[in-house]
Design a protein around this ligand. Structure first.
Ligand code: IYR
Length: 225
């Protein structure tokens, strides 16, 4: 018996080339409206929306299809407050010098600081964990491959899914992030916090740093041979 079996690809959709171009352009225009936002409204977002976006993230390609990720979606005020407290404590020492001069200079045009009120006010925080061991079944304990790449792709899918749904996000990486394992009750041996995503509605007066709107030209980011 073969150790692999395939099924026909029956959900591929072919578009005429002109429609393909329109779709690519539309996707670009929609992507250009995605911004990292730092002022979140406390307006509620249904759990089912977050669930659908996490399911979309779960369709990402991964090494040997082991899906080496776990998403902890946090709506609990108590848990959000604990995360804010721990993150702000770390960020204070970061901004007070731990980051080093070069890093702090690079952040100046973004205007960030140690205050992270959105960690408490946004309706959803999504803590993303990567898994060293796993497999196609959640209970497997095999080696995972290309873990960073896989979780990075899934996180990208999640950001796009939330944007597509009509929400704004912020990627947040307090350093070190190990406090997230304890607060979220995750296994420290096998799982590593990868990123914290904040998701919700922007406040009416939300702004975007000009610095963040500067995107490299196609000639700078791509080479066609
Ligand atoms: N984690 C800190 C610092 C920070 C680091 C980078 I690199 C950014 O692009 C933005 C912020 C903070 O969230 O303030």
């Amino acid at each position: 018996m073969k150790d692999h079996q395939n099924v026909p690809l029956n959900d591929f959709i072919e578009y005429p080339v002109n429609e393909m171009q329109t779709r690519a352009n539309d996707f670009l225009a929609n992507s250009q409206r995605r911004h990292s936002i730092r002022s979140f409204s406390d307006r509620a977002v249904p759990k089912e929306v977050i669930e659908a976006c996490i399911k979309a993230a779960g369709t990402a390609p991964s090494g040997a299809n082991h899906q080496p990720w776990h998403f902890v979606a946090i709506n609990s005020q108590d848990v959000k407050q604990k995360i804010r407290q721990a993150a702000e404590d770390l960020e204070r020492s970061f901004y007070e010098g731990r980051a080093g001069e070069e890093w702090l200079d690079a952040l100046k045009p973004l205007g960030t600081d140690a205050n992270k009120p959105y960690l408490e006010h946004a309706p959803w925080l999504i803590a993303i964990f990567s898994q060293k061991k796993g497999g196609i079944h959640a209970e497997d304990k095999n080696t995972n491959y290309y873990v960073h790449e896989s979780v990075g792709i899934a996180t990208g899918f999640l950001i796009q899914a939330l944007h597509h749904a009509g929400l704004v996000t912020l990627t947040h990486t307090p350093k070190p992030m190990s406090f997230l394992s304890d607060i979220c009750g995750r296994d420290r041996d096998n799982e590593r916090p990868y990123m914290l995503l904040i998701a919700g509605y922007p406040t009416a007066d939300a702004t975007v740093p000009e610095h963040a709107l500067v995107k490299k030209d196609i000639a700078e980011i791509a080479t066609f041979l």
